[in-house]
Write a protein that binds this ligand. Sequence first.
Ligand code: HEM
Length: 379
Amino acid sequence: MSLRARANGWFERRYPMRAIREGLAHQMHKLLPPHVSWLHTLGGLLLFLAAQQILTGILLMVYYRPTTEDAYESVRFLMLKASFGWLIRGLHAWGATLMIAVLVLHMLRVFIMGAYKRPRELTWVGGVLIFFTTLGFGFTGYLLPWNQLSYWATTVGTEVAASIPGIGRSLGVLMRGGEAVGQETLARFYTMHVVVLPWVLVFLMIMHIVMIRTQNLAPLEAVGEERPLDPRTAVSFAPQHTSRELVVFPLFFALMIAVVILFPPEIGVKADPTVTPEGIKPEWYFLPTYQLLKYLPKLLGLGLSAIPPLLLLLWPFLDRSRARRPSQRKLSVTIGLGALLLTVLLGLVGYLSESEITLFGKHIRFDMYGVPEVVPAGR
Ligand code: HEM
């Protein structure tokens, strides 16, 4: 017997190498429904982005110091002195924003194709939990550079939580570790960001992938009318689907590097709890909620802003129709796209609020509600 065969045998008796190899080969040869297209690479792209966030996050931890004295300087050092620090931080910061954008696109794809229907309700619910977890990464990560913007955006964000009737005050103290944002807050946010949320995300992602691989991707036929896949029209996972992914991932990565070079994330000015800057705004993905809260009395606003996440989570149990094709689900597709449009509009108004722009030679100022006012020349 050759040395290689003996070594293989030795491992095989101690670890189920063959079973794992066969399991992987079985997964690679799976057939997917015939409509599976480039749009279905968004899920794989999210896996790629999550891996990139974890890897760049670990590299950032080498230099980052989670204390109010050193955090800002350590980020400055990363951006200006550490080898490729600007690239690692740029990929991590842009990766966070792009991951949320790709998450929205992936959810939209699943929603429009009715792929959340029986028996994939829990795949959707788990996905929504992944979405909330990713927003949690955004919220906790934003504070870490400890600059003016991050300090004051976190102050405003935690104030929103603290204004919830009943539990609000305790929730605010729990999040901040005290009455104001400070060292305790930074320690809590850092722990959430680098330990708690990554474990939650990895667990949810594993559940997600296991469900997708066991149920396979949803066909376009209505619930209960699914037909077995025909090998002549089906798409093979490998090489057909994987070769699309192998085009999308490097292209996306190259695009990200270009974006990082052209628009590096800012370092800003070190946080100063005694100076409140003007026009503090959260990251773009929190802008719609932030803007909505401005229009309504506190209690009503908080109550109303809890409804869309709940609807999103429970949607597969609310939409009981069997059809999957979007053309046969006009009401549900209109509700979904309408809600998305409204969210984008609110975000846009939030972005413009408390700012000034020049349009066609006219100077326009937007108040906190996003109402525009033309500023006369000379003022
Ligand atoms: C890190 C986040 C996520 C990762 C890595 C991920 C990964 C994937 C992958 C690889 C697929 C199969 C290919 C594809 O459909 O694109 C998939 C399908 C699916 N995902 Fe996600 N996903 C994520 C987030 C979400 C979210 C936020 C939702 C919904 C709220 C969701 C719901 C679903 C559903 C229902 C399917 C099955 C689609 C079908 O059968 O056609 N996923 N996901």
